[in-house]
Design a protein around this ligand. Structure first.
Ligand SMILES: [Zn+2]
Length: 285
């Protein structure tokens, strides 16, 4: 048995608390500018228990920033991520960017002052493909799923048929619509979707969205596969017809900057992501 609860402070900084009879784990950790609110939400859910793990799907600021704050509230917590996530989080340039993005996201929420702990960002336990994280009754197998970033990973609990996904497999943009999020590789993203589609999944946790159940899990992966391939086809077709890069980004935006995406992603972040995704789609796979 397990429970999964969104304990994120605000939309876009979502984090999910996974509680099993033996252990507790936070899936991604949200922003830093509103981390205190998230800690309170976690504390309320945990009651007298403490937080054992923070599992980071990748190193982006809206997923990893809150991990430091968790370590301060629960000093024994182990922050888990891939080797590449560990590398990124200790880079001064990455911390600077994360700080800027947190400031800007905080500014949009009217938060101008908060304690900045990003200089303490780190991974306590590096995991790689096939490693098992022991959550008592639940065993999570690490899946390296690069494509969104080089450092992206997911987790699969075979007995529970639960996949804790990452953005490499796509982001829901509406009914039947899944936005590709291949910032570093189209081919790797396609491979990742094909890989997880072979798993027996009855529960699929999607970052920023929440838990899908039953047939909706495989349907999401079918849609993700379709839209990744189809978007690339449309982008390449437009490119062959002589459209500019700005046109291609607009094509992507017309398709995917929907109300659902808007709720979780500021326009600036969306445009920046699109400017990485389009070149990946133009590359020969
Ligand atoms: Zn990301």
């Amino acid at each position: 048995m397990f429970t999964l609860t969104n304990v994120g402070a605000i939309a876009g900084g979502d984090a999910f608390l996974l509680v099993t009879p033996g252990k507790t784990a936070l899936l991604d950790s949200g922003f830093s500018f509103c981390a205190e609110q998230m800690l309170d939400n976690i504390g309320e859910e945990l009651g007298r228990r403490s937080l054992d793990y923070v599992l980071l799907t990748h190193s982006h600021y809206d997923h990893a920033s809150g991990s430091v704050y968790c370590r301060r509230r629960w000093p024994q917590v182990q922050v888990i991520g891939s080797a590449h996530t560990g590398l990124v989080l200790t880079k001064e340039s990455a911390r600077r960017l994360m700080r800027q993005l947190n400031d800007s996201a905080g500014g949009e929420q009217g938060v101008t002052e908060y304690e900045d702990l990003l200089s303490e960002l780190k991974i306590d336990l590096v995991v790689s493909d096939g490693d098992i994280i022991d959550l008592g009754s639940m065993k999570l197998r690490v899946l390296e799923l690069p494509g969104h970033t080089r450092c992206s990973i997911g987790f699969y609990a075979e007995k529970e048929k639960l996949l804790l996904g990452c953005e490499t497999i796509g982001v829901p943009a509406g009914t039947g619509l899944v936005m590709p999020c291949c910032l570093v590789s189209y081919a790797d993203s396609l491979q990742a979707i094909e890989r997880v589609a072979k798993l027996d999944i009855q529960f699929l946790l999607l970052p920023h969205i929440g838990l899908l159940q039953g047939d909706a899990c495989q349907q999401f992966l079918v849609d993700a596969n379709y839209w990744l391939v189809e978007t690339r086809r449309r982008v390449r077709e437009a490119n062959a017809a002589g459209k500019s890069e700005a046109d291609l980004i607009q094509l992507f935006k017309d398709l995917f900057y929907t109300e659902l995406i808007r709720q979780n992603q500021p326009e600036k972040a969306f445009d920046l992501n699109a400017s990485y995704i389009i070149p990946q789609m133009l590359k020969d796979a």
